[in-house]
Design a protein. Sequence first.
Lengths: 260, 276
Amino acid sequence: MTTTTTKALLEIDNVSKIFRNGASTTHVLDRMNLNAAEGDFVTVIGPSGCGKSTLLKIIAGLDTDYVGTVSIEGRKVDRPSQEKGFIFQEHRLFPWLNVESNIAADLSLSKPDVRERVNELIKLVKLEGFEKAYPRQISGGMSQRVAIARALLRKPKVLLLDEPFGALDAFTRAHLQEALLDIWQKNRTTMVLVTHDIDEAVFLSSRVVVMDAKPGRIKSIIPIDLPYPRKRTGTAFQDIRTHVLRSLEHSDTEEPSYTI
Amino acid sequence: MTTTIAVRSEQAALPNIARPKRAFPWKTFLRGAIIPAVVIALWQLLASNGAISETLFSSPWNILKEYYELTKTGELPHHLRISLVRASLGFLFGGGAGLLIGLLVGMSRPFEEVVNPTVQMLRTIPLLAITPLFIMWFGFGELSKVLLISLGAFFPMYVNTFLGVRNVDAKLFDVGRVLEFNWWKRTTRLVLPAALPNILLGTRLSLSIAWLCLVVAELLGAESGVGYMIQDARSFVQTDVVFVGITIFAIVGKLSDSIVRVLEQRLLRWQDSFKG
């Protein structure tokens, strides 16, 4: 199941997580192996409850209750850090800070280098003119772009995105997918995206990891070689879409729901 | 390879960053002044008609004259200054301690379990019941007064800060972890600003309690201060002076409250709540 690429930036090695609730035991993740090279865009897709968000939290260091190892550039992940940028489903901006201060967060905007980087990022996520706006004054899509800029300011080795566009309407979502692609192509930041949207997965990623639920494990890894920008309506796109959908549909029938 | 991002209409229009302006500030002021104005007019009318005794109820005009007299002799500024210093010191110590301990208790559950039950128990003791003890221990001097005010100012600040910290959106703590906030940054960049609405409410309540305790402290035994001035005037049935004391409490109390409210408006601009 391991895909070895030229230079593995992120290595997930034999990661399992068991959730105990009284007498019942759920294998949230079962012996996961996954590598991502620098500049990769990996999308993890699967039915709800397959542990894909848990996997992302483990990579981020937000969840440390698991067995196996996760390492970035050979260093074991044991806590959250700025080299692992995290985009939550909700934007989670600080409501008392305006857009530019939210991007800077604990860094001082009066420092010239921070100022310069923040300005660059505001340009990158196309928020010029909204620097002084508070989160309550901007739309959900714009807020999510601010969150992305906040993560990128820390120059992460890998950007982890947990269903970042799930709560947005279809138009905003499509728009943000394009924006994310644009950012990825300009920055070449390694991306790991968790989603349940097949179109999103095929549109964005260089590899789609299809997961199976209960126990949560990798079902198949589908490389996508279509050139960017991809046309959602193209035949090749639809073929891959069907392929992903088919391997997703296989999921349900094989295993019992619970293993004791 | 370049993907053009459609510039959406949302980017064309700048949002209204300034708050919607409240209708003419004078109007707001006048609306608030209606009731006091009517009361004062009625009072003056009844007093000058002889319908009520000027000795017992004084009259707005007499009170104004008394204000002038007391300011001219320097008596009022003297007492007011002393009272202000006492109230401020008490508020500073009590409110400061309330903020600090409230923060600690809010942020750490073990600390809460150790400290909170005791504080909640002490909170229920009426301040007047403790006053005799304070006088026995610390005498009639400044210390017992400032301590009494501190004690009163402590609880509202403590309760509201504690509540404010516990109301912080738990999801933001994950953001703090991802951004590698240490304990200090978590407190100053996350908890304090998020709890600020409650802390400011605590400040307002704490200030008014400090003012209240000041009167208690000064009425119970003092040689100076507005409370003493009232007490002293009472024994000579100088109703005008008593009223001067009472109104000065009202004015300074309202003023301090207004200052905090202006602070609220400045600091809580980011809040998205119903504004009436």
